[in-house]
Write a protein that binds this ligand. Structure first.
Ligand code: MN
Length: 743
């Protein structure tokens, strides 16, 4: 070995020791007799097993399991069993160590958790796919039924991978980040791990929307001093008022996450400067359990006396905690200098649970603190769903996303009992939540005594009475607006049964027609009829007969059976594909290649996704669709996280090619303009676009309400620089508030 290598080895040894000590320190509060030895044993085993392995960054592999174990102990508050599992989480998958060995050395519990972790990761870091696929995600959720620690450790693992994502390839970064945003962050949210959820979100958009991320980060930096001063003054003033209550409390000012600020800007279409809640003030009161509620509301009362409150932003999650265990009282008050400030009131126990989630929840539970957090309800509901999973893994994920990972709405039955449903749930969802019979016969509902349609979206605090009729039955249209898995599966089940019944009737009627025509019915005959009507299965055919869509006027049995077989849809689509391939060849000759797909392939045909309309200069990727060839999307397209997370294997790297060809072509894009309605402003805008910039417009529409105008313009531009130029020029006009590109 040369000296440089010896130096490096010595450095790594010292670093390893340091990291191991830090881990032990993080575990300290939960250590019991014998735990230290157990952790040492797991560490030694992992160290030996990963001996010659290195991470993409070049660091020794063992740094990773140590980091995951430290996150588990320090940031989530998990105990020794989890720390041991975290240290060993990659050994079964990546090294010679087997599960039976682990079981022998560390017992059945550790072995089963590691088994769960190994099952999930089976193809996660597969170089080919490099992404968690739908089926794999379902597997992961199935482990929720065993031991929640599997998922929590998986989150710790993911958090460390996200923290070290910098050293991966751009393509891998995008896929992992999207997957994190789509699946892991919501999951962390549902398990009440707010701090981890927030960090996962921020780390994700750092890669998927890097431009915007940097912009917000920069602005936060610029405005920090001013903000800190404001927070300090506000807290000082608040502190003086709170002292009169004689409670033990502390006040902290916390910045909101970059992710939440960006979402707010996008959702409300406002610039950074107009996002008012860049931070929240938190009052954490130290109360004995029996005084928690009284103390929290006493503080709230004091606020009402001293500040103007915004009633629309009052949230009481102390009386009704969220299903993930979150308890807190939120309100927004007007400060002395007329700025709205969000204030969160909670006890130290609530704060602990809010930050560390599930693990903290159990800690208090084991200590005999009885709380009505709903977390166990949530888990048992999840388990129930997992027991009869839908056959289609993708539907399953969508359902899961909607039902278990989103926010909730709180409503009441006429008798005053509280029900929690997924956000966006409708009156019909509520009916199915009461009972599937109530759902199946639901004709409408009364919300707060007013009649509403089935599709009415529930609002917090609504009181709902369901109206039923025995004549009512589910129809296909219902699937368009229900959101809960329960309603959806009950309706689908009913419709399937219906189809079966109708198809059976149809089959009987066809049999009769064969008999009446004196023909013996064979499978080939039915096959022929299925093809004649361009259908897929005999079931489809029988169903249409049963429904009456195919009858004596549309089907002449003898004549049809005597016909030559028709060309099937499949034959047709093959012809079409051939035709398209020919066309594509020609098209490639005349169209300059503007996008390079894959490593260096320039020969692939593609179209631009209409959802996000990419233009040169945008960060993009290619997606292989079913039936529509390759589509190009922006990495910040609203559909991107889902595509990448669930169909990672269909995502290809893509970039705009450099060179003259690009500037030959122009791209359709859409911008929104907001301003005051002054004379000549439209003229000013169109002058810039058509005369100064000589850009073609496809359409322009302007709406004016109360002196404010909103315009939307579709125009053909060359690339992002070109677009930025136009946006800048229009922004400079008098009376223009904002010009944005539509996503
Ligand atoms: Mn790992």
């Amino acid at each position: 070995m040369d000296t440089a290598k010896i130096d490096q080895a010595a450095h790594e040894k010292a670093e390893l020791l340091k990291r191991y000590r830090q881990l032990l320190k993080a575990c300290k509060s939960t250590l019991e007799k014998g735990d230290k030895e157990l952790i040492r044993k797991a560490f030694d085993m992992a160290l030996e097993a990963h001996k010659d392995m290195r991470r993409k960054s070049g660091e020794p592999y063992i740094y990773h399991p140590i980091a995951v174990a430290k996150i588990a102990a320090e940031e989530i508050g998990l105990g020794t069993t989890s720390v041991v599992c975290a240290l060993l989480h990659d050994v079964v998958e990546d090294t010679y160590i087997t599960l039976p060995t682990i079981k022998k050395q560390f017992g059945a519990k550790v072995a089963s958790i590691i088994d769960g972790l190994t099952k999930i990761s089976a193809s996660v870091f597969n170089e080919q796919t490099n992404s968690l696929q739908a089926e794999n995600f379902r597997k992961m959720l199935l482990t929720l039924g065993d031991d929640v620690r599997v998922i929590i450790l998986k989150l710790a693992d993911r958090l460390h991978n996200m923290r070290t994502l910098e050293s991966m390839s751009r393509n891998t970064q995008l896929k992992i980040a999207s997957e994190t945003l789509y699946i892991y962050a919501p999951l962390a949210n549902r398990l009440g791990l707010y701090a981890i959820k927030t960090e996962l979100e921020d780390l994700s958009i750092k890669f998927t929307e890097s431009k915007q991320y940097k912009l917000v980060l920069g602005k936060l930096h610029e405005t920090k001093q001013e903000r800190d001063k404001f927070i300090k003054n506000f807290i000082d003033d608040l502190d003086k008022k709170l002292q009169s209550l004689g409670l033990k409390y502390k006040i902290i000012g916390r910045p909101k996450s970059i992710y939440s600020i960006m979402k707010k800007m996008q959702k409300q279409q406002i610039p950074f400067e107009e996002v008012y809640d860049l931070f929240a003030i938190r009052i954490i009161v130290d109360s004995p359990l029996e005084m928690e509620k009284a103390d929290s509301f006493q503080i709230y009362g004091l606020l009402t006396e001293n500040y103007t409150l915004n009633p629309a932003r009052y949230r009481d999650w102390i009386t009704h905690p969220k299903s993930n265990g979150y308890e807190s009282l939120h309100t927004t008050v007007l400060s002395n200098d007329n700025k709205w400030v969000e204030i969160q009131i909670r006890t130290s126990r609530m704060d602990d649970i809010a930050e560390k989630g599930y693990a903290a929840h159990w800690k208090y539970k084991e200590a005999g603190v009885k709380t009505d957090s709903g977390l166990e309800d949530w888990l048992s509901k999840v388990r129930e769903t997992l027991e009869n999973p839908e056959s289609n893994a993708l539907d399953f994920i969508d359902d899961f996303q909607l039902n278990f990972m989103g926010e909730e709405v709180f409503v009441f039955t006429p008798k005053g009992s509280l029900k929690k449903l997924s956000q966006h749930a409708t009156a019909l969802d509520f009916a199915y939540d009461v009972h599937s019979d109530v759902g199946n016969h639901c004709i409408g509902a009364k919300v707060n005594n007013k009649l509403v349609p089935l599709s009415y979206k529930l609002q917090n605090g609504d009181t709902i009475e369901i109206l039923t009729s025995q004549k009512q039955k589910p129809n296909e249209d219902w699937l368009n607006f229900v959101v809960t898995g329960k309603a959806r599966s009950k309706i689908k089940y009913y419709l399937k049964e219906e189809i079966h019944k109708v198809a059976e009737e149809g089959e009987e009627s066809i049999k009769r027609r064969f008999r009446n025509s004196g023909i013996e019915m064979t499978n080939e005959d039915i096959e022929k009829l299925v093809k004649h009507f361009d259908l897929k299965t005999s079931m489809d055919f029988f169903y249409l007969v049963g429904k009456g869509s195919i009858d004596n006027t549309t089907l002449n049995l003898k004549k049809t059976l005597a016909e030559k077989p028709r060309q099937t849809t499949e034959d047709k689509s093959q012809d079409k594909a051939r035709e398209n391939a020919e066309k594509a060849k020609h098209k490639n000759l005349v169209r300059p290649d503007t996008i390079i797909i894959g490593e260096n392939d320039t020969d692939l045909d593609y179209t631009l996704g209409s959802c996000c309309a990419p233009i040169p200069g945008d960060d993009i990727f290619a997606f292989v669709t079913v039936g529509e060839g390759i589509k190009i999307h922006r990495t910040n397209c609203k559909n991107a996280p889902k595509m990448m997370a669930t169909y990672g294997y269909r995502v290809l790297k893509a970039r705009w090619s450099k060179g003259g060809a690009v500037s030959e072509k122009s791209f359709l894009t859409n911008i929104s303009i907001v301003g005051t309605d002054s004379v000549g402003i439209v003229q000013g805008i169109t002058d810039i676009i058509s005369k100064q910039m000589q850009v073609n417009m496809k359409s322009i529409s302007i709406d004016t309400v109360d002196g404010r105008f909103e315009g939307s313009i579709s125009l053909y531009i060359y690339d992002t620089n070109h677009l930025d130029d136009i946006i800048q020029k229009i922004s400079d006009l008098d009376g223009i508030y904002e010009v944005t590109r539509n996503s």
